[in-house]
Design a protein around this ligand. Structure first.
Ligand SMILES: [Zn+2]
Ligand SMILES: [Zn+2]
Length: 183
């Protein structure tokens, strides 16, 4: 759905607040003793986010009912503020990032939810920037922009937003993406 600016940009306020909450919660409970489990969770959450992002985009956004309608609209009108309201998507990320671990490894769960949220925020930021910023060669986001613009032309390739790693692993890297660099 096309959503208003508040719901679209809400993530950029709500996610840092949630990240701060989980970090405070982990370290307030156990002090520095929380660090190993928290950092292990954080790294795991970040990596798992990039993998989840790849499959959500490849399967859910391109093939599932409703979500694919929404995503088709984004492919047709890339600059429109289309998305899922932040409280909903963030709630899902927190539930899936925190829920599986908190009962038996709470500090890892705090870290994992933090990592997944940071990955999600980074995905939102990079995707927004590739469509709305004037990114030129040499800019650190230029590879992400080239990769994603090629996806808008060839929707069977380049599903990764934050990283092209999983496209490489699963064989969906756009072969001729340089051709679309100016798109
Ligand atoms: Zn896009
Ligand atoms: Zn797509």
């Amino acid at each position: 759905m096309k959503i208003n600016r508040f719901l679209y940009f809400g993530d950029f306020v709500a996610i840092p607040a949630a990240v701060a909450f989980f970090a405070y919660w982990a370290f307030a409970a156990e002090g520095l003793a929380a660090a190993p489990a928290y950092l292990a969770g954080l790294s795991g959450g970040l990596v798992v986010w990039t993998l989840a992002e790849y499959w959500i985009h490849r399967v859910a956004y391109h093939h599932w009912p409703l979500l694919s309608d929404l995503h088709d609209r984004h492919h047709e009108a890339p600059k429109e503020l289309i998305g899922i309201p932040s409280f909903l998507s963030m709630g899902i990320v927190i539930t899936l990032g925190y829920g599986p671990f908190f009962a038996f490894w709470p500090r890892f769960a705090d870290g994992f939810a933090t990592g997944a949220l940071i990955g999600y925020a980074f995905y939102m930021f990079v995707h927004h920037a590739t469509h709305h910023w004037n990114i030129q060669p040499g800019h650190w986001l230029y590879p992400a922009r080239v990769r994603h613009m090629a996806h808008h032309y060839h929707d069977e390739a380049n599903f990764g937003i934050v990283t092209g790693l999983w496209d490489w692993v699963f064989g969906t890297t756009g072969r001729r993406r340089d051709r679309f660099a100016g798109a």
